[in-house]
Design a protein around this ligand. Structure first.
Ligand SMILES: Nc1ncnc2c1ncn2[C@@H]1O[C@H](COP(=O)(O)OP(=O)(O)O)[C@@H](O)[C@H]1O
Ligand SMILES: [Mg+2]
Length: 479
């Protein structure tokens, strides 16, 4: 049985780890208090488990630091000596959540985990909508987001999905999730019916017309057989007209007629065909401006915008809080490399900060790509800053980086350089530098020793393989 999402275990004893694994699949290990604080801050665990080789004073220090940094999590202490008769009230007195006597006490741990689970649900009545996965939808269209802006869009999707509103218009920049929203509406309305999509920008006027309405044999040169159009193929499902602003103006008139009557004729045909499908159109252009510029018919615009759904760009300040959530969502759901994404549990604080700084011109689609690339590059259990590569092709600094220099491909040299820079930049604060590099402190110590890096080690002046500066959003990886 596994109840909790994430646990940090601060213990060198294997039994304590095994105990924790009984109630969570994501168990993180820390060797000392500093590492425990770092990990807790990064992953927000449901509980932190110490063994009682840590004194109450030590644990109080941990709790106080966490409180100060607003990263507190309940602390459980596991007594290693099963036969200890004294109830260690001292731990409870300094603020520990509970104490377990012995490392075999699975039942007590499960009770505590169930209690914590219940508490976190009642503490946060909105916990479901905070991590908004639209549970009623098919898994393939689950959308993630917690900002007010995206919740407003979710609300509209649900209202429109539950209504008979037709046509539906979805507006937003490319990559913001318009097609996903259309699929969500479809899943709410008629999940078992066909969903057919056509990109209005990809076809010429004639082809698009016959794609949508179908044609009869002989109606134009090359029409050597009857063709059934998408409006007919969709039955009582959904037709998604992607990038409607690109539809040729003369076809817009025919579409408007169809939307008003909900009947159509095939190209060259004489019989009227009824259509029961819901029409959902999307646009990444401002249709009002397109109307003003005479590129889009005003009457069609009004017909479409009965109840428009707007999806804000990812860079808009109102969506800032969606970035981390979406990153974790893609980490959990990506199928790019199953083995690795199962092992990678989260992103480091610095990786997340880098994502927050970028302005995401390609919106959620771009973010998904960055996370999938990071999954491929990452070698540890957390996505670190060095695996976040934004705009790999456009990154000019990468051409100057020693790793891509034809004269020097030495990975070891680049690694040494990056570590020395991280240490220098953080004033030799190893915890901070390790987090910046996305490695544990123990690994950092080992590397410092391996490369013999000292406080006075010279840095390669020519190297542009920098840690990202505060203003830089384009990152280079050498891992
Ligand atoms: N809120 C979201 N939650 C999860 N995935 C999303 C979300 N918004 C967009 N995506 C993903 O981003 C990518 C682009 O979305 P898409 O619907 O094709 O965008 P658009 O049609 O606006 O260009 C898709 O892989 C989609 O699954
Ligand atoms: Mg699209």
């Amino acid at each position: 049985m596994s109840l909790l999402r994430r646990i940090v275990v601060v213990s060198k004893r294997g039994e304590v780890h095994q105990l924790a694994q009984q109630v969570s699949r994501e168990v993180f290990m820390a060797d000392d208090l500093a590492e425990a604080s770092d990990i807790t801050e990064t992953i927000s665990p449901d509980i932190v488990v110490f063994d009682d080789t840590f004194s109450p004073d030590h644990i109080r220090e941990f709790i106080n630091t966490a409180d100060k940094n607003l990263t507190s999590a309940p602390v459980l202490v596991v007594g290693l000596d099963e036969n200890s008769k004294e109830p260690p009230t001292e731990y409870i007195r300094i603020g520990a959540y509970d104490y377990i006597n012995g490392t075999n006490n699975y039942n007590k741990l499960q009770e505590i985990a169930a209690q914590l689970c219940k508490q976190s649900q009642s503490d946060d009545p909105e916990s479901n909508s905070n991590n908004f996965f639209i549970d009623d939808f098919a898994f393939s269209v689950s959308m993630a987001g917690r900002s007010d802006a995206i919740r407003k869009a979710f609300k509209m999707i649900q209202l429109v999905g539950a209504s008979r509103c037709d046509p539906v218009l979805i507006v937003g920049e490319t990559g913001t999730g318009k097609e996903l929203a259309a699929k969500a509406i479809h899943a709410l309305r008629h999940p078992n019916k066909p969903f057919v999509a056509v990109n209005c920008a990809a076809l010429t006027a004639n082809l698009l017309e016959s794609e949508l309405f179908g044609h009869v044999k002989g109606s134009f040169t090359g029409a050597d057989r009857d063709k059934t159009g998408l409006l007919e193929l969709a039955g009582s499902g959904t037709v998604f007209l992607d990038e409607i602003s690109e539809m040729p103006v003369n076809l817009q008139a025919k579409l408007l007629r169809f939307l008003q009557e909900k009947t159509f004729r095939k190209v060259g045909g004489t019989t009227s065909i009824n259509c029961d499908a819901t029409i959902i159109a999307s646009s990444n252009r401002n249709l009002k401006s397109e109307v003003k510029a005479n590129n889009f018919r005003r009457d069609l615009y009004y017909r479409l915008s009965i109840c428009p759904i707007t999806i804000a760009p990812l860079r808009s300040p109102q969506r800032a809080e969606d970035i981390g959530l979406l990153a974790e969502h893609f980490l959990r759901t990506s199928t790019i490399c199953h083995e690795k994404s199962k092992k990678i549990v989260c992103l480091t604080k610095f990786a997340l900060e880098a994502l927050q700084k970028h302005d995401w011109p390609g919106n959620v689609r771009e973010l998904r790509n960055v996370i999938e690339r990071a999954i491929l590059l990452e070698t540890t259990d957390k996505i670190g800053l060095s695996s976040i590569v934004i705009d790999p092709d456009l990154d000019e600094s990468s051409t100057d980086c020693p790793t891509s220099n034809a004269k020097d491909f030495s990975l070891a040299k680049a690694e040494r350089e990056l570590i020395a820079r991280a240490l220098q930049e953080t004033g030799w604060q190893k915890t901070h530098a390790a987090a910046l590099l996305g490695i544990t402190r123990a690994t950092l110590y080992a590397k410092v020793k391996q490369y013999n890096i000292g406080k006075n080690s010279p840095l390669d002046k020519e190297s542009n393989c920098n840690l990202p500066s505060k203003s830089s959003s384009h990152l280079v990886t050498v891992s």
